[in-house]
Design a protein around this ligand. Structure first.
Ligand code: FES
Ligand SMILES: [Fe+2]
Length: 330
């Protein structure tokens, strides 16, 4: 049976990492191999040779095709074997085929859908801010975290930790209380709107504390979009908004790689400062995330206690259950 997680697109590496040398990657416990052909198109296969099970990523790229290091069987991007050097006259068949996956590049990342035959045309979760020419886009991370992807998404949706984990940055100990949020659940996921939070230092541009309106959207089990609109008090220019999509590569059920795609109205700040801000915040989260047990997110009611300010987390757990997600949850 194909796992439901296989039907989604997942990021597996930065586009710049894929060149004309095989690159190994891990997704949902499955080793993959990626490479770029002579036209610059990225491809991927399961990292296992159908001949004797050697890792194809140990091989080399030969005229745009992937050659196994062990006996030189060569595969095109559709996984078809095109050459068996020990028997050059033999026409390889379906039985000599390597397992394929679907590959696309999007937002500076390489994405894979393991269910190649049924891969959706739209790659990954929607990120509306990507189309907005008035916003500056860049990627932050990746960050490797010893926990499940759902624990990381839930942390991204959780505002009541700001005053503790991000005291002096995204929250302040004198402003812990979280006002009621608005939640709308729909067919494909859910939205949180009008979440108000007091932030001492909302972005690389803020010069003083202010109220920030947050909204979230979840439409993918291992991703969420956040939009922040600070009020004028924080010193950011009028019309400033920031959208962030967190994109998680579930390496194993308890190991994840995290990217952030950012879309900000700030075209002047040095990229170094924008990235340093994101690193600062994420490295505040990381030790807490890695301390949480169990590492897989419990979906059974009563295993962890919830209160009203956990409304977004509870909606996320409900969403994972409804989608039939089993990887990274318990
Ligand atoms: S194991 Fe790959 S060619 Fe033999
Ligand atoms: Fe955080």
């Amino acid at each position: 049976m194909v796992q439901i997680e296989f039907s989604y697109w997942h990021p597996v590496c930065d586009s710049r990492q894929v060149a004309d040398e095989p690159l190994s990657a891990l997704l949902l416990d499955l080793p993959l191999v990626l490479w770029r052909d002579e036209d610059g198109v990225a491809h991927a296969l399961h990292d296992k040779c159908p001949h004797r099970g050697a890792r194809l990523s140990l091989g080399r790229v030969c005229h745009g095709q992937l050659q196994c290091a062990y006996h030189g069987w060569t595969f095109n991007h559709q996984g078809s074997c095109t050459l068996i050097p020990a028997m050059p006259q033999l026409t390889p068949t379906q039985a000599h085929q390597a397992k394929t996956v679907a590959v696309r590049e999007h937002m500076g990342l390489v994405w894979v859908c393991l269910d190649a035959e049924n891969a959706d045309n739209a790659v990954g979760p929607a990120f509306e801010a990507e189309k907005n020419a008035n916003l500056r886009k860049f990627n932050a991370g990746p960050y490797d975290v010893a926990t499940s992807a759902p624990r990381i998404v839930e942390n991204f949706l959780d505002m009541s930790h700001f005053s503790f984990v991000h005291d002096g940055w995204l929250g302040e100990s004198s402003h812990c209380e979280i006002p009621e949020i608005e939640l709308q659940e729909h067919e494909a996921g859910f939205k949180v709107t009008n979440a108000q939070v007091w932030q001492p230092n909302t972005s690389a541009l803020s010069i003083q504390p202010g109220m920030v309106t947050y909204s979230y959207e979840v439409m993918h089990p291992y991703s969420a979009v956040l939009t922040k609109v600070p009020d004028a008090q924080s010193g950011v220019p009028a019309g400033y908004q920031e959208s962030i999509i967190v994109l998680i590569q579930p390496l194993t059920s308890e190991q994840s790689r995290v990217w952030f795609r950012m879309a900000v109205a700030d075209f002047d700040a040095e990229m170094e400062d924008l990235l340093a801000f994101q690193d600062k915040i994420f490295f505040q989260d990381k030790p807490v995330l890695e301390s949480q047990l169990p590492r897989q997110l419990p979906l059974t009611a009563g295993v962890e206690a919830n209160v009203g300010s956990d409304k977004a987390s509870v909606a996320y757990r409900r969403f994972l259950k409804k989608q039939g997600i089993t990887f990274g949850v318990c």
